[in-house]
Design a protein around this ligand. Structure first.
Ligand SMILES: [Zn+2]
Ligand SMILES: [Zn+2]
Length: 196
């Protein structure tokens, strides 16, 4: 894919045959600072897209939405386009898997940008990510989660041993330290069930 870089934002150019791209169009890896339009507070994002994308960085191929819809969300500040592969000097790095090993990159004549395109071989099984592939992220409002009123509430009684383990686990979480609870498999369940 190639983009037109204008003041205020990027416009993707739909895939064209090689060498048919208008002059001046760029691959995302060639854009130094990717413009981010401000969030439009009056824009209503597509809840499905919001749900799928929030907290992730995905390829266009991973998203069951047309490019126009993605672009519409970008223009209203809800979506970010990010570089999949960055190359500084001769060193490429993959933003998805962190690969920087030169032996794990390849190049091919890319039909999507009409040029030689470097791609990451390390995370190829997740869909090819190359110099012209934007990673698409969510920058709009977070999705509303339907959290039931009672979540993780339990009304049973713990045995002394369970209570001790539970207190220590809570303490470890609060202090952000490690804790090993050593007990037989399903000890918690068995003890509760038998009422020990
Ligand atoms: Zn990778
Ligand atoms: Zn390409």
């Amino acid at each position: 894919m190639r983009f037109n870089l204008q003041e205020g934002g990027l416009t993707p150019i739909q895939t064209l045959p090689p060498n048919r791209y208008p002059p001046g169009t760029l691959r995302i890896s060639q854009i130094e600072t990717i413009p981010k339009p401000p969030l439009n507070p009056n824009f209503n994002p597509n809840p499905e897209l919001q749900q799928i994308l929030a907290g992730k960085q995905l390829l266009l191929d991973d998203l069951p939405f047309i490019l126009e819809e993605i672009q519409h969300h970008y223009e209203n500040g809800c979506i970010t386009y990010n570089k999949g592969i960055s190359t500084i000097g001769k060193t490429s790095s993959c933003a998805r898997c962190g690969n920087r090993n030169p032996q794990l990159f390849g190049s091919f004549t890319c039909a999507r940008c009409g040029d030689m395109c470097t791609y990451c071989r390390k995370c190829l099984m997740m869909g090819r990510i190359s110099e012209c592939t934007p990673l698409i992220g969510w920058s709009g409002p977070p999705p509303a989660f339907d959290i039931p009123a009672k979540v993780l509430e339990w009304e049973g009684t713990l045995s002394d041993g369970q209570q001790n383990a539970s207190n220590r686990a809570v303490e470890a979480v609060l202090q952000n330290t490690n804790l090993l609870v050593w007990a037989v498999c399903a000890a918690g369940y068995e003890y509760v069930r038998k009422g020990y």
